[in-house]
Design a protein around this ligand. Sequence first.
Ligand code: SF4
Length: 244
Amino acid sequence: MDDLLTELERQLCHSSFFTQASLEKHGKLADKLDTYVTALIDLLVQGGVIAVDDLRVAVDENRRAQAEATRDRYDREGTLPPWPNVVVREDDGATPAPEVEIDCAARIDVCHAVCCTLPFPLSAAEVEAGKVKWDLGHPYVIRHDSHGRCVHNDPAAGTCGVYHDRPAVCRGYSCAHDERIWKDFDNMVLNEEYLGSRARSDYTFRPASAAAVPVTVTSPRRLAAPMPGVTADCDPPIDLPVAG
Ligand code: SF4
């Protein structure tokens, strides 16, 4: 058990380093882009091509349209913006009531609480309250287990382990008109196509071929001297297999 914990800690350490390094890399790129875009805007304004007020309006409009499109998609399809990102639900803090009260006990043998496999973001207040777990790989989305089920759901009984502290989304949810769940609500026919087509809530880095950057890797084991910039006391970040 100690070995497992040590290995887990080492892996968490590495993943934290990776996150830090990635953020740093993208931060530097963002700085560079910022410098170029700012210089370009200055030139366009000085040359009388654009007015600062017009630019401000255009930027605000663009931002608003993007946020609205993301929200619409989530409302319509329950689809979160593409990972990786950070999502927080905005709500007014009111306790919603379900549109239709559902007799869950009468349906549980059919649905097996499949509603508790739907992903949704927590609100800032729910995150701060600390009662409901969110996914460390996708802040601040409700945490699912490796089978894609909310970690607070008891799979055998279908009950909620944080019932009195459950998120507002769960309090206000009713599956009566949710076409993701039911093909035929009255006759209890599940929408197996939709429910079966969803991926597990695992976040794996799989670059699309268009976005992938091909690299040539030379195994450190084949280098006679340390690579420049690698200090002697640095734990090698990745133990690469020796090629060939
Ligand atoms: S918090 Fe409770 S009601 Fe909400 S998804 Fe998880 S188990 Fe279901």
